[in-house]
Write a protein that binds this ligand. Structure first.
Ligand SMILES: *Cc1c(COP(=O)(O)O)cnc(C)c1O
Length: 411
């Protein structure tokens, strides 16, 4: 028997069945069929409210939209957060379609093509420059277009986020400009007539350790202050990155938001002179939307092999790669999962929930304890609101995409 990850709060049983946003799983899939991602807008709204309550008022909250770009969810987010962080021309088009004004969008990511830079400059989106060469290209394009581009510099910090799932800073990286090269680049950008928008400093993702986040934020603020001093220009804005993790695996404990907020409040109360006028923000993806999503699939076959029970579903890693353990994890551990049509029932047997792809990698739950499930029952994989549909190899084996739906949407 292997343990399952913790089921996030906010999911109740109605008539012995998992309910999402007050609607039974069977009713949700009745319209669009299985497999299906269901996102609960009310849980996202509550999550944003909890962040606003715990974090200093001065701190802006941005959504890193690569976590989940489902259009109705983007429209929901647009009314909740202060800014959108995008990483491609495609995401720019989707953010615009969701009604996000250009002045609230910032565009990071390596390998921006000329067409991406041009679109951002024409629309007035802030470019987080990833290299000195990208700065030159943006300035040249802006001159040709007769526009003053809004330019920020993504700094490759000299540190990374402790306990982070995916390291994005510290040492040689494709992301950002090495800190030592930043002050000269700031002066060059300002001298060229660009609108200077400040720093973007992102050191990592998915940690549950409040002290690690507090240390990273303190180091980020210190680095921003030093670089602003050395550049000799006031710093209009500073994106402190993100890194807030959610519990996916057995034993994971939710991040202590209160501790993060208190530490950042203390930092803000003691800012150096050069940062007194700076607008600060953080950018979060999975923390905003990850726990609000559930992946539902139907059991197509129940079989036994060498004494083990397999619940074979119509879903799989082509929709939910992360739950199969193949999206940046070293050791495969079980995401939270359940038999949705017997939600809350006592476990009766050990079974593995597998997908319909012809690969041994396609396992959604490995030897977990579940109530007995049959053909036709629905399974739920939780923590499916981030890096699910859009971060999985949907074309692999030709089963096609999962349906998606947002319940409790505000717009
Ligand atoms: C992916 C990414 C994020 C979001 O990460 P989460 O772990 O989902 O919060 C934020 N900022 C940048 C620069 C990213 O690349």
């Amino acid at each position: 028997m292997k343990p399952l990850g913790p089921i996030p709060s906010g999911f109740a049983a109605i008539d012995g069945e998992l309910a999402i946003g007050g609607r039974k799983a069977s009713a949700l899939v009745a319209e669009a069929g299985t497999p299906m991602f269901v996102y609960d807008g009310a849980l996202i709204t509550a999550r944003v409210a909890a962040l606003r309550a715990a974090l200093p008022e001065r701190l802006g909250l941005h959504y890193a939209m690569k976590a989940n770009p489902y259009p109705p969810l983007l429209r929901h987010m647009a009314g909740l957060v202060d800014g959108f962080d995008i990483a491609s021309g495609g995401e720019l088009a989707m953010a615009e379609a969701a009604g996000v004004p250009a002045e609230r969008i910032s565009f990071a990511g390596p390998g921006k093509r000329d067409a991406d830079l041009e679109a951002a400059i024409i629309k007035g989106v802030t470019l987080n420059l990833e290299s000195p060469r990208e700065a030159e290209r943006a300035l040249a394009l802006a001159e040709r277009l007769g526009r003053a581009p809004k330019l920020a510099i993504r700094v490759n910090p000299d540190f990374d986020l402790k306990g982070s799932g995916m390291k994005m800073g510290g040492g040689a990286k494709p992301f950002g400009v090495d800190a030592a090269a930043v002050p000269a680049l700031v002066r060059q950008i300002i001298a060229a007539g660009a609108e200077w928008r400040g720093f973007h400093i992102y050191a990592g993702s998915q940690t549950l350790d409040a002290a690690a986040i507090a240390d990273m934020q303190a180091a980020t603020i210190a680095l921003a202050a030093r670089l602003a001093e050395e550049s000799g220009a006031p710093l209009p804005a500073c994106n402190l990155g993100g890194g807030f993790g959610i519990p996916y695996f057995p034993g994971d404990v939710p991040l202590d938001l209160g501790a993060v907020g208190a530490a950042l409040g203390a930092q803000f109360a003691a800012l150096p002179e050069v940062l007194l006028q700076t607008a600060f923000c953080i950018e979060l993806g999975r923390y905003l939307v990850g726990e609000a999503g559930v992946y539902l699939a139907r059991i197509i076959d129940r079989k036994e092999s060498h004494g083990e029970i397999f619940l074979v579903t119509d879903g799989g890693l082509h929709h939910q790669l992360a739950a199969s353990g193949n999206f940046g994890t070293v050791v495969r551990r079980n995401y939270p999962s359940a038999i949705a049509t017997k939600f809350g029932a006592a476990p009766e047997e050990e079974a593995s929930i597998v997908g319909c792809l012809c690969t041994p990698l396609d396992r959604l739950a490995d030897r977990g304890a579940f109530p007995r499930a049959e053909e036709g029952d629905l399974v739920a994989v939780f923590c499916a609101g981030a890096y699910g549909a859009s971060a999985s190899p949907v074309n692999f084996l030709g089963h096609g995409p999962a349906a998606e739906c947002l319940v409790n949407a505000t717009s």
